[in-house]
Write a protein that binds this ligand. Structure first.
Ligand SMILES: Nc1ncnc2c1ncn2[C@@H]1O[C@H](COP(=O)(O)OP(=O)(O)OP(=O)(O)O)[C@@H](O)[C@H]1O
Length: 309
């Protein structure tokens, strides 16, 4: 599959601060790619460099093989939402989009179409200054869609949206990818990506942590373990340890459980049966995406509570 966004050894320094540090990754069409990292990891800076709004200190970023500032089709090739708050509050949504359409050679009819698409048709003539953050996000998404571009980039698009808005935006991203477009969206929340992204680019402290399908990323988290509840915990622990498993007690007094790693659930069940041990619960626990994210970025979180590293 063709590579659409290509970031190669990208570095951005602000004085002595390195915001983006030798970052390389690619983003492909027909998929939703999540750009994930803790606060301050360098996501916005990277997006700004891809869009030519900031110059890299070293390295390159291209969209369809060309640096964005030299792109012949501009907004009609790449649509982006960076900071939804940064729109002129005195204008109406329709006037804002019409001005953009005019200056980018985009047909006027697109204004009505995108307002309809994002659910703002009824407030098209209201001043943007009175919009809620969720409405501003919708307007930002409308702006990105205006030129009907094959490449779309969104920085924290669900900030300030209500649950209904979040569901809507997820469906929209999936549809845009299904249409064959390249969809690249940043977030500092793994939970937002879980139901939306096909691929992940994860960064921490400006550096690449992982770039792979979401499925593979999830499998990298803490290994699988099996939780077992039994009234004969000490006996079972001895049997499982002898069979090569490692066993950790967990749960609370009166409801003790064992967390077992190194043996699958069916083997644990068979060993318990053979030794006459009653099992009240046998559950396989797979690492959550959130756990994988926390684990992989733990070393790269810039601000830990109460401590500046
Ligand atoms: N213009 C600037 N001058 C100095 N430092 C900057 C500038 N822009 C960003 N930084 C620093 O670069 C680092 C990366 O910032 P960036 O906004 O790209 O992170 P982010 O991953 O988008 O974070 P968030 O999720 O909080 O938006 C941060 O430490 C930030 O303080």
């Amino acid at each position: 599959m063709a590579v659409v966004i290509e970031v190669n050894e990208l570095t951005k320094r602000y004085g002595s601060k390195t915001a983006v540090d030798g970052l390389s990754f690619t983003v492909r069409p027909g998929r939703v790619t999540g750009f994930l990292g803790p606060n301050g990891a360098g996501k916005s800076t990277t997006l700004r460099m891809i869009l030519g709004l900031d110059a890299p200190t070293t390295g390159t970023a291209t969209v369809s093989g060309v640096p964005f500032h030299r792109h012949p089709r501009g907004l009609r090739h790449v649509g982006a939402l960076l900071d939804a708050g940064q729109v002129h509050g005195g204008r109406s949504a329709a006037a804002h989009l019409s001005a953009l359409a005019r200056s980018n050679g985009i047909p006027r009819r697109r204004v009505g179409e995108v307002l309809q698409e994002v659910g703002l048709a009824e407030v098209a003539n209201r001043r943007i200054g009175g919009f809620s953050l969720g409405m501003k996000q919708r307007l930002g998404i409308a702006t990105a869609l205006l030129g009907d571009p094959p490449v779309l980039m969104f920085d924290e698009p669900v900030n300030g949206m209500d649950p209904e808005g979040v569901l809507w935006v997820r469906r929209l991203f999936r549809r845009l990818a299904h249409e064959g477009r390249t969809v690249f969206l940043s977030s500092h929340l793994m939970s937002e990506m879980e139901n939306t992204a096909d691929d992940l680019v994860v960064i921490g402290r400006g550096r690449l942590v992982a770039a792979e399908p979401l499925r593979d990323f999830a499998a990298r988290g803490t290994g699988r373990s099996v939780v077992v509840a039994t009234p004969q915990a000490a006996e079972l622990a001895a049997v499982l340890t002898a069979a090569g498993a490692s066993v950790e007690p967990e749960g609370s007094a009166g409801a003790e459980k064992l967390a077992v790693t190194g043996l699958p659930a069916d083997r644990i069940g068979a060993l318990a049966l053979r030794n006459g041990i009653r099992l009240d619960e046998l559950t396989t626990r797979t690492a959550s995406l959130e756990a994988a994210f926390m684990e992989l970025t733990a070393d790269s979180v810039e601000y830990l509570a109460g401590q500046h590293r």
